[in-house]
Structures are given as C-alpha cells and as structure tokens.
Design a protein around this ligand. Structure first.
Ligand code: SME
Length: 156
C-alpha cells in the first residue's frame, strides 16, 4: 500500500509551493497507483453538484467508459448518496455496480470531503478478491483529507 504519511507530506509541500488541486489530484493518483500492486485501476472522480454527477478527473489504468456517473448509480455514486466510504470485497455480488473491466473483483471508494461537503472520491479497483481492508481505507482517507483541504481553499 502507498506510504500515506509521505504522500500527505508531499501534497502539503506542493500546496506550500502554490500548486493547485489539479496537480495534487494527479500526483496522488500516480503515487497510489505506482506503489500499490493490488490496484489495477486508480482514479479520482470529482462531484459536479449542479449536474449531480461524478466526473472523472484523472486515472491510471486501462481506459474506461464511465467518465460521468450519476449520484446514486454504481458503487461510486452510492458512496456519495450515502455519504460514506465503500469497501466492496466481491463486485459480482453488488447489484448497483458499473463494470469497468471483467477482471475487476473488488473495489474501494474513499470520499474526498470536508464534513458534509463532498468534493469527490478516490476509487481503487483490484483484480484480487477482497483486496482492500480498514488500514487501506485509513491511509486513503488521510490522503483524501489533504486533497480536500486544497479543494476547499480553492472554493473560498
Ligand atoms: N465500478 C464503479 C465504476 C467506476 S470504475 O470502477 C473505474 C462503480 O460501480 O461505480
């Protein structure tokens, strides 16, 4: 799994240097993907509140068709609708699921949020069953929280 402590520090250094959320979101996705061999696909979706959709910001992995996902649809949209992170150990058992690749077996979604204000999410797919655990969620949440700080500061 990614060294979340180091990545959070790197992201803060980028913020101190004046980099904007675009750069931070890309750096985080690349770093997570490069350091986590369980993930076949890592991406960030941002919430477009007006459209009530998640819009794909950037990713590492095979191209996918789900560039926009309505809130409530799929694992990604459900996480936003429920306001909670989701760890899906077996996607074949998930009724509300949008398949990106037939090889994906498990998925984790961690929200990028400031309190009740949801900015988006980090989404990880794995070709291993039950690939992700609570430690991964905690690590990804620390990263997501740092990204949320920057996104919040740009909205003000
Ligand atoms: N599986 C997701 C769609 C996004 S892809 O995993 C990249 C879902 O059910 O919402």
């Amino acid at each position: 799994m990614v060294d979340a402590g180091k990545l959070v520090k790197d992201l803060q250094v980028m913020r101190d240097e004046g980099h904007l959320s675009d750069a931070l979101l890309r750096y985080a996705v690349r770093d997570i993907a490069a350091s986590d061999e369980r993930s076949s696909w890592v991406g960030v979706y941002l919430l477009n509140a007006e459209a009530n959709e998640l819009w794909l910001h950037n990713y590492v992995g095979s191209p996918i068709e789900h560039a926009k996902i309505p809130v409530g649809t799929g694992v990604c949209g459900r996480a936003v609708a429920e306001g909670s992170n989701l760890n899906v150990p077996d996607v074949s058992k998930e009724e509300n699921y949008l398949a990106c690749s037939p090889d994906v077996q498990s998925e984790m979604v961690v929200l990028i949020r400031a309190g009740s204000d949801i900015f988006g999410q980090i989404d990880l797919d794995s070709e291993d069953a039950a690939a992700f655990n609570d430690d991964d969620e905690a690590a990804l949440q620390a990263i997501a929280d740092k990204l949320a700080e920057q996104l919040a500061s740009e909205r003000r």
